[in-house]
Design a protein around this ligand. Structure first.
Ligand SMILES: NC(=O)c1ccc[n+]([C@@H]2O[C@H](COP(=O)([O-])OP(=O)(O)OC[C@H]3O[C@@H](n4cnc5c(N)ncnc54)[C@H](O)[C@@H]3O)[C@@H](O)[C@H]2O)c1
Ligand SMILES: [Zn+2]
Length: 363
């Protein structure tokens, strides 16, 4: 049988049916700007959001760099991005809760609400979770479609610049709240985007002294500005003994692991007191070498895996914390670029020059 290569069919789309988008155009690094992606059409229970601003996440970095995880997970052709704020432009025929004109963000974990966890208050770990910008088209575009169930109306006093990054802020709030930090000594290993957010969230949530580690001096300085009493270079000898000494000679009550760096895991548990609580958010490059007997079993500590944000408990907590005026996020959201400067925006984030980088789509 012979295969005849057919000439590509040119599809004519009227301008109002197209939009600007960043897509993963090939199985390799970077993204491509396309001016004429077909504008998505909402299903009966979806809303169509005109995107105002988006945040570039560590996950987007993996997708940009096309590492092993991205290559195994991201479908070529997808519109990337999952952190956004925008305005509802249209709603599907069966949508009852929301109207066009509402300013919204959205929970990026999409589930059919059928499995055990989504029916028992833990939809963030539903077995059928599909994530926007990873498993389905995302928000680095003029428009994104999300299910009505995932919509989060944004309080009018929260500016777009902050509303665009509720997703990572929610990671920090989820981790801090799950661990329980009130009147406790807290160690944050890795004060990158989410670790820095966790410092300000933990402080607002009534933590006792907050200790931090990071290999980057700028981030250590910012951790201290945001409320850490001490920020250590994890490669410097003696810092674990110092934390233990200042915490009754036993160690910190709570560990928030937010680096995803293997050495930080053992260090963090070494600095945790017996019977303490460790909440693990950081994602490691692969399986890690870790002494469970010494650092978990004999310590008698509680270990929590933290995935995403609780739907929607974390979102309510986050809103309340933001409205309290206690969170200091201005120094964490360091840069803003127009969508067209997406290369500069990604490089600013990847190089470490910026911390949280936002792109302005229709802001
Ligand atoms: N579980 C989840 O739902 C979830 C969601 C988002 C991100 N994550 C993961 O959480 C982690 C933090 O995300 P982020 O966006 O803040 O990333 P980030 O890259 O901004 O932060 C990581 C920080 O760890 C620091 N670091 C590197 N090696 C270290 C070491 N040995 N000790 C201490 N710090 C070290 C880096 O300098 C950086 O500041 C990442 O691993 C990310 O993949 C998990
Ligand atoms: Zn994110």
């Amino acid at each position: 049988m012979t295969t005849l290569k057919k000439a590509p069919v040119e599809v004519k789309v009227s301008p109002s049916h197209t939009m600007r988008a960043l897509i993963k155009h090939h199985a390799g690094p970077e993204l491509q700007f396309v001016p004429d992606r077909a504008k998505p059409v909402p299903g009966p229970r979806d809303v169509l959001v005109r995107v105002s601003k988006v945040g570039i996440c560590g996950t987007d970095r993996h997708i940009w760099e096309w590492d092993a995880w991205a290559a195994s997970r991201i479908p070529v052709g997808i519109v990337t991005g999952h952190e956004f704020v925008g305005v509802i432009e249209a709603v599907g025929s069966a949508v009852t809760k929301y109207q066009p004109g509402l300013r919204v963000s959205a929970e990026g974990h999409v589930t059919a609400w059928k499995d055990y966890n989504s029916r028992t208050g833990n939809a963030h770990i539903a077995s059928d979770t599909r994530i926007i910008g990873i498993d389905r088209d995302g928000c680095f575009a003029d428009y994104v479609v999300v299910p009505e169930e995932n919509v989060w109306p944004v309080h009018p006093s929260i500016p777009d610049r902050i509303a665009a990054v509720l997703d990572p802020l929610g990671n920090a709030v989820h981790t801090v709240m799950a661990a329980g930090v009130s009147a406790k000594s807290v160690l944050v290993t890795g004060t990158g985007i989410i670790g820095l957010m966790a410092v300000t969230v933990a402080k607002a949530a009534g933590a006792g002294r907050i200790f931090a580690t990071d290999v980057d001096p700028k981030r250590r300085a910012l951790a201290k500005k945001l409320g850490a009493v001490e920020a250590f270079d994890p490669r410097q000898e003696g810092w674990i003994a110092e934390v233990r000494k200042s915490c009754r000679g036993e160690g910190a009550d709570v560990l928030l692991e937010m680096s995803g760096a293997e050495p930080a895991l053992t260090q963090g548990f070494d600095a945790l007191r017996n019977g303490g609580t460790a909440a693990l958010l950081g994602l490691f490059k692969g399986p890690v070498h870790f002494d469970i007997n010494r650092l978990v079993v004999f310590k008698g500590c509680t270990v929590l895996g933290i995935n995403g944000r609780k739907m929607f408990e974390t979102w309510y907590q986050m809103e309340e914390l933001l409205l309290s005026g206690k969170l200091e996020l201005d120094d964490i959201v360091t840069h803003e670029f127009p969508l067209e400067q997406f290369k500069k925006a990604h490089h600013t984030m990847i190089s470490g020059e910026g911390i949280k980088v936002v792109m302005n789509v229709n802001g």
